[in-house]
Design a protein. Structure first.
Length: 142
């Protein structure tokens, strides 16, 4: 059976103005590579996700905004925010009936940090790339 997960921001959230993407991935024990479609307007993304996932067994569709990160710093800031939120969730989950419980993470592996050898694109380069991508998507050669 298929399913749809839809990110639903508050009505006044600036995220509503962003383009939206749909990630199609296997569910129900199937195995195939997931892929992303978009960008779409919110209503179009939801309609596409529902049309595919609810009619096609073994497909999960995830509808989410495509965030316009214009620099590596923007991405790092978003990751930091998500890590803090995840840590807060994990702390809340480490309690049983209000009593703190120590879950041993013996399976954690150590990872070596790798140095980045290339410079990330500038915000101007990213904007220009987004513009080229959108022109290709809509078939405009201007």
């Amino acid at each position: 059976m298929g399913g749809v997960i839809i990110y639903e921001p508050d009505e006044e959230s600036e995220v509503n103005e962003f383009p939206w993407v749909v990630t199609f991935e296997p569910s129900g024990g199937e195995e195939w590579d997931s892929f992303v479609c978009g960008p779409y307007e919110y209503d179009h993304a939801v309609a596409l996700a529902e049309a595919v996932a609810l009619d096609e067994g073994g497909v999960l569709a995830v509808v989410q905004p495509m965030l316009p990160a214009l620099s590596a710093d923007d991405v790092v800031a978003t990751i930091s925010e998500l890590r803090v939120a995840a840590e807060e969730d994990a702390e809340a989950e480490e309690q049983v009936n209000g009593t703190p419980v120590d879950f041993d993470d013996a399976d954690d592996e150590e990872f070596e940090e790798q140095e980045v050898e290339s410079e990330p694109p500038s915000p101007e380069e990213i904007k220009a790339g987004m513009e080229r991508t959108y022109r290709r998507l809509i078939g405009s050669e201007d």
